[in-house]
Unconditional design. Structure first.
Length: 157
């Protein structure tokens, strides 16, 4: 004959559920915030030590070749939205043009300790291809997409 089995008590189920939850929470914390940023916020952060490490597909060909400490947030969605902050004592390339500012970044580098320019107080930006760029205390801050047009270039007198 079959032996009767002991009923599973609700306290056992509770302990199992708590253990599974704790393991899941630990696993999520070990992967950091990257998954949360990518899935929930649609953002992918990246950092590069030098300009030579930046992938070409980011379109940072305007960034000075001596750029360092490059922090980027790019969209994980099917668009080209991105924001970048970099350190460089160099000027921007000659093909960047000064235009009235009509756009602003849609992603913010909030974890970066460097001081960001006050984007919405700026009346003009450098338009470098598909990027709007502002100077910072030690480099450049840029974003894409932009609404600025090279045809609106400010003519210096």
């Amino acid at each position: 004959m079959n032996e009767p089995t002991a009923p599973i008590r609700s306290s056992s189920i509770t302990r199992i559920a708590l253990a599974v939850g704790a393991v899941a929470l630990l696993g999520a914390s070990l992967t950091g915030c990257t998954i949360v940023d990518e899935v929930l916020h649609g953002e992918r952060p990246a950092s590069y030590d030098s300009a030579s490490e930046v992938p070409d597909e980011l379109g940072l060909d305007w960034a000075p070749s001596d750029a360092t400490d490059i922090d980027v947030i790019e969209s994980t969605r099917a668009d080209d939205t991105a924001t970048v902050l970099l350190t460089s004592p160099s000027e921007l390339p000659d093909d960047c043009v000064l235009v009235p500012r009509t756009s602003g970044p849609t992603m913010t580098l909030s974890d970066d300790e460097r001081e960001l320019p006050e984007t919405y107080k700026a009346t003009e930006v450098q338009l470098c291809g598909d990027w709007a760029v502002l100077p910072t205390a030690d480099g450049w801050y840029g974003w894409t997409p932009v609404t600025e047009k090279a045809s609106d270039a400010v003519v210096e007198q």
